[in-house]
Design a protein around this ligand. Structure first.
Ligand SMILES: *[C@@H]1O[C@H](CO)[C@@H](O)[C@H](O)[C@H]1NC(C)=O
Ligand SMILES: *[C@@H]1O[C@H](CO)[C@@H](O)[C@H](O)[C@H]1NC(C)=O
Ligand SMILES: *[C@@H]1O[C@H](CO)[C@@H](O)[C@H](O)[C@H]1NC(C)=O
Ligand SMILES: [Ca+2]
Ligand SMILES: [Ca+2]
Length: 607
């Protein structure tokens, strides 16, 4: 094969082929570069709180109690350890592990978690009642109001849902963020202290910490979008203006796995909907997701929360568009347990900050560039703002719409909510060339998921919704570590085709799909060069990953679950094709990569 300049040329140059290679000595070094270790530990102990107290006392720790209800993990601190240190304490770990009652222990390290608003604020002035500025709630009324032709832009159907009587009554939403100014005159009447907590200071008051720069305004802004009080002559109107609103203060301090686990599992029979507008750095080079406790909290939330119907976790898909970030590299947004939401500008275009990926469910309106309108909401210091932005603003709008939907049918499970989103979100009027039609006949794309949320259509469908049958999981090992890993060479491309029958390596057969995950262990010289495509038997190609310009890591992906919602309601039987490409990059010398694990994990029902 001769020299070729571009990946397409290379692909044309010869048939795809697969070479086998044995990889040895792969080090599993953890990424400890700039971690800060705290004097807090998560410790797994069976036998109850008294046993945990004994263990703590025996090893000089203090036991602060269970992290996640009915899971045996305790929060310990050690008074003699530095509150923050660049070194983890191997000695204390060994010491704890000598105790037979301790089955697992981990010193907590601070994670980089960023709020998903944007780094500019056009600083608009007055605090008048803002209904006429809330363009995203009733586009048609507002454009007629300014004597323009009626807008063809799609509508989120909020006013129509209100007209049916759904305003969030009886539903509790909590904002996981930097706190909530619950004394705000536009929030106070809807504030729910039992849906609130301060995980940063470990007390019950999530009031934001005051600073000169008002940096801790994010949670208060998100809260107003959901449940600012209507018709009180103050500021704005929340989409679910009769819902209860709480706040969990957890971003204003070191965000550890314990903090995330505590927050995502807090009072999950009181809180119905958790809205998270934060996550790993959107810098286009991070691959990070929930660690042990956060993962357990999400999983337990959907299984046990809301008295077994499942907590609704709404997540902002990310603001890394400028860095070509991909939300499938964010394990929170791409989790099957979260309803991941992207943004559209007022004209239905893709905002500059938007991240595209196949795990996004749907979209709500948000800001765009300077000539586009922003989101109106409550602000710190009893204020009101017209300049809330980013996917941070989109997730709470979606959480509020979910509150209207839960009011219309409180029996919905977490999966029912996802089914309703997939069936009702509207692609029309959202502009991208990325739309495809999947095997279930629905349009879907990486920038908007299934389209703009439509509260009106959602509540109507929810009212007569029949609970989805139990979720089944069929986990098929296609390539396992023991087999020879695959090798990508001069073609820079690898195709793995395999037939899905009714056999699962683990689990039970799925007849009708919901989520699909490709769990991959994949390495090359430069992680940002990978493109990953997964094609279902019904011909739907999900782009699981696109190249990330700034990701020059050589660490690859280790058992990373790339998720797609795009085959929802398809029949999984038949030929699946995983294709991995390495884009041409002048900075890489070797063009080789290895795929040493591939589990295809199908979720859905067996009906
Ligand atoms: C919810 O479930 C209860 C008990 O099964 C039933 O009586 C009620 O009609 C259901 N409500 C809706 C809106 O489906
Ligand atoms: C849906 O529910 C409404 C009442 O909530 C009822 O009037 C209507 O007949 C139902 N439609 C179907 C198709 O069951
Ligand atoms: C799928 O099965 C493999 C092998 O048993 C296991 O290691 C992996 O964690 C499973 N994946 C999921 C998502 O359950
Ligand atoms: Ca108001
Ligand atoms: Ca991201």
């Amino acid at each position: 094969m001769g020299f070729c300049k571009s990946i397409t040329q290379c692909l044309k140059a010869g048939p795809l082929f697969v070479v086998f290679l044995i990889v040895c000595c792969r080090s599993n070094a953890t990424n400890t570069k700039s971690d800060v270790y705290l004097n807090e530990w998560a410790v797994e102990i069976y036998g109850g709180n008294d046993v945990a107290d004994e263990v703590a006392a025996a090893h000089g720790f203090v036991n602060h109690g269970l992290i996640i209800k009915s899971k045996d993990f305790y929060r310990f601190s050690h008074p003699k350890l530095k509150k923050r240190s660049l070194d983890s304490s191997y000695e204390h770990l060994q010491n704890l592990l000598t105790n037979k009652k301790v089955t697992w222990a981990k010193q907590q390290n601070a994670k980089r978690r960023v709020k998903r608003d944007l780094d500019f604020d056009p600083n608009t002035g007055p605090n008048d009642p803002k209904w006429s500025r809330m363009w995203y709630l009733d586009k048609h009324r507002l454009t007629v109001f300014v004597f323009q032709a009626p807008s063809q832009d799609p509508n989120m159907g909020v006013v129509e849902a209100w007209k049916l009587g759904y305003t969030g009554k009886g539903v509790s939403v909590s904002i996981l963020d930097d706190g909530i100014e619950h004394t705000h005159p536009d929030l106070h009447a809807n504030y729910d202290a039992s849906a609130s907590y301060d995980m940063n200071d470990h007390d019950s008051d999530p009031m934001p910490r005051a600073t000169w720069t008002n940096e801790n305004r994010h949670g208060t802004r998100c809260a107003g979008e959901v449940a600012a009080v209507a018709n009180n002559g103050v500021c704005s109107i929340g989409i679910a203006f009769d819902a209860k609103i709480g706040g969990i203060r957890m971003l204003d301090g070191d965000v550890t796995d314990i903090v995330e686990g505590l927050s995502l599992s807090h009072e999950n029979n009181i809180i119905d909907i958790y809205s998270s507008s934060w996550g790993p750095d959107d810098d286009g080079k991070t691959v990070d997701g929930p660690a042990k406790l956060a993962y357990i909290a999400l999983k337990q939330g959907v299984n046990k929360g809301r008295n077994g119907k499942g907590s609704i976790f709404v997540w902002a898909s990310g603001n890394g568009g400028r860095y070509q970030d991909n939300c499938n590299c964010d394990g929170y947004a791409s989790s099957i347990y979260t309803l991941s939401i992207s943004s559209a500008t007022e004209h239905g275009t893709i905002p500059w900050y938007s991240e595209a990926c196949s795990s996004t469910f749907a979209t709500t309106y948000s800001s765009g560039s300077w000539q586009h309108e922003n989101i109106v909401t409550t602000d710190l210091n009893h204020g009101c703002t017209e300049s809330h932005t980013g996917t941070s603003a989109s997730a709470p709008l979606a959480a509020a719409i979910c509150a209207l939907v839960l009011e219309s049918n409180p029996n919905l499970t977490w999966r029912d909510m996802q089914h309703i989103v997939v069936r009702t979100a509207k692609p029309d009027g959202l502009h991208t060339s990325g739309w495809i039609q999947n095997g279930a006949g629905r349009k879907v794309c990486n920038s908007f998921g299934y389209g703009l949320l439509d509260a009106h259509a959602m509540v109507q469908l929810a009212r007569n919704w029949t609970t989805a049958p139990d979720q089944k999981q069929c986990n098929i090992t296609v390539i396992s570590a023991e087999e020879s890993p695959k090798f990508l060479k001069s073609t820079r491309s690898l195709k793995v085709s395999f037939q899905v029958t009714s056999d699962c390596t683990v689990g039970q057969p799925v007849e009708r799909l919901e989520h699909v995950q490709a769990e991959l262990t994949l390495r090359n010289e430069r992680r940002g060069d990978f493109t990953i495509l997964l094609t279902s038997p019904m011909g739907t190609t999900s782009q699981l990953l696109e190249p990330r310009l700034y990701d020059s890591s050589s660490e690859g992906f280790t058992k990373w679950a790339f998720m797609t919602t795009h085959s929802w309601d398809e029949d999984p039987h038949g030929l699946w094709i995983l294709e991995i490409r390495q884009e041409y990059n002048p900075s890489t010398s070797q063009l080789t990569g290895t795929l040493s694990l591939f589990n295809l994990v199908l979720y859905g029902t067996s009906e």
